[in-house]
Write a protein that binds this ligand. Structure first.
Ligand code: SF4
Ligand code: SF4
Length: 514
């Protein structure tokens, strides 16, 4: 039986009385009005009603909180039914039955057209692999250990400082990675040889590769990296100090708070020599914290000039001078500054994460070659692979407080995934028709979640249910139309895509397809 669970709260049906007539308008087998459906109490009520009335398909009708990512899956888990058998209809504030019934009716029709699915439980290994023994990796590892996980930290570098209470393997890399979330098999190669271990989850915190300070756009002695600039100035005699110093941020990539804070500090210190005049070129100064704002104000009060530019400044190191030309974002005019020394932030240049490791782990890279694709659904720490999380510079964050926050978020996400110790997997995954499959591997290449593989014996593509997120990309890309998603067959999708019919059903009638 299909049950409709409608939320009674200030952002959906304001009162139970306001939802009167919903059952008649939708014709559903069971309509339950639940106060604050998104709350723990609301979910407990839902689970109890599901058991009491033998409900096996659920329509959740509520505000966008009900529709948030993962909510339907949580409801399915709590109710003990396959995830595709739960769907959501979003309501607006002060919803009324006549206005919402057509959309709910369509959802019921779609659910009832779905076949039944089997659900099985997979055991989740509690070991976690942390790749990288820098600040992000160690912070994540400590948090995971505190949460009760067995943690193995590896680092490519052979000289890694010991970390209290953590097992750190220096000089160690992942050379092969297979399996599914909850039971990944990683081959680790290090001074001890090669071993294969099983991990329930992985946190990648590997840092990035910054620009080489002796290669373009740096010019030794004239266009130099911003880090280390104060040491360089301290080693000069007074008459050798540059009179005009330019610090350039955001040259190719907009930078974060870390390099802005560093630039304000260096500019202030350099200005205090009383000989050097500093101009800071930024596309967008990051001052959105009290500390950053205070550092910015201090630099300005000391005489540091700040030029906000648009586009990409041109830096030319000629015979007698170094010239920077940039477009002033306020006046729109080109500004040319001739100076003695330019300090360039390496964080404003492309800094790719380890592409080799991304290939081994099966991680998608974003446009800046970092480990997390540009999707708000993945924030803060998830990746395209379930059970693999990222933290710190390899996902584009270099400001230490944010790096540490990232690391704790990654640890918490890994823990939230593993803590139930079992994962539900249903049979609603992509299905390959062996008679139609030409083994062109398009689906293997395009599946963002690495769920498609090869069935060697049958010579066809094959989907791993544990990894499939039922996104349908493979079905859309397959040139032979050999892939279907049982929960989202064409009749179901086309039925949901039809315009909502607003007129209420005749009293007492059972609706047909809208
Ligand atoms: S894209 Fe289609 S034809 Fe190609 S391997 Fe996958 S299922 Fe087979
Ligand atoms: S439905 Fe999505 S996750 Fe599943 S195999 Fe196809 S592309 Fe991969």
């Amino acid at each position: 039986m299909t049950g409709i669970f409608a939320c009674v709260c200030t952002r959906a049906f304001p009162t139970k009385a306001a939802a009167t007539g919903l059952k008649k308008l939708t014709g559903a087998g069971r309509v339950e009005l639940v106060k604050d459906l998104c709350s723990a109490e609301g979910m407990a009520t839902l689970a109890a009603k599901v058991r009491e009335h033998g409900i096996d398909r659920i329509v959740l009708a509520g505000c966008p909180v009900i529709g948030r990512t993962g909510q339907a899956a949580s409801v399915a888990e709590a109710a003990g039914i396959p995830a595709p058998h739960v769907t959501t209809v979003l309501l607006s504030k002060n919803a009324d039955p006549a206005g919402t019934a057509p959309a709910i009716r369509k959802a019921v029709v779609a659910l009832e057209a779905m076949p039944g699915f089997e659900t099985r439980k997979l055991k989740l290994a509690q070991d976690v692999l942390v790749i990288g023994a820098g600040p992000a990796g160690l912070e994540a590892a400590r948090a995971l250990a505190t949460l009760g996980h067995r943690v193995t930290v590896i680092d490519r570098s052979a000289s890694v400082p010991a970390a209290d209470g953590l097992k750190v393997l220096p000089g160690t890399r992942v050379v092969a990675f297979d399996g599914v979330a909850g039971a990944y098999r990683a081959k680790l190669r290090g001074p001890f040889g090669t071993v294969e271990r099983t991990f329930g989850a992985v946190v990648a915190a590997t840092g990035v590769k910054f620009a080489d300070p002796v290669s373009a756009p740096f010019v030794p002695g004239r266009v130099v990296p911003m880090p280390g600039l104060l040491d360089r100035l301290a080693g000069l005699r007074l008459r050798e100090l540059p009179r005009l110093l330019a610090i350039v941020l955001d040259l190719e990539i907009d930078e974060g708070k870390a390099s802005n804070a560093e630039a304000f500090r260096i500019a202030l210190e350099a200005t205090r020599t009383r000989r050097t005049s500093v101009t800071l070129f930024v596309r967008d100064a990051k001052v959105a914290s009290f500390d950053h704002n205070a550092a910015y104000d201090a630099a300005r009060e000391a005489g540091v000039a700040v030029l906000k530019y648009t586009g990409v400044p041109a830096i030319r190191a000629g015979d007698g001078e170094i010239a920077i030309t940039a477009r002033d974002s306020v006046t729109g005019a080109d500004v040319r500054l001739s100076c003695d020394l330019v300090a360039l932030s390496p964080y404003g240049l492309p800094s790719p994460a380890d592409a080799g490791l991304a290939g081994v782990l099966g991680l998608d890279l974003d446009a800046l070659s970092h480990f997390q694709s540009n999707s708000s659904r993945l924030l803060p720490a998830a990746t395209n692979r379930r059970g693999v999380y990222v933290a710190g510079a390899c996902r584009g964050e270099t400001w230490l407080p944010a790096v540490l926050r990232d690391a704790r978020a990654a640890a918490l996400e890994a823990h939230a995934f593993l803590a139930p110790r079992r994962m539900s997997v249903d049979t609603a995954h992509a299905v390959v028709d062996g008679d139609k499959c030409a083994l062109c591997l398009t689906c293997v290449r395009t599946c963002p979640f690495k769920a498609m593989g090869i069935h060697a014996a049958d010579r066809r593509a094959d989907c791993r249910p544990e990894a499939c997120r039922q996104c349908g990309i493979c079905a859309g890309e397959c040139p032979n139309k050999a892939i279907t998603l049982p929960a989202w067959s064409d009749p179901i999708v086309l039925g949901l895509a039809e315009p909502v019919r607003r007129a209420p059903a005749a009293a007492g009638s059972r609706w047909g397809r809208a």
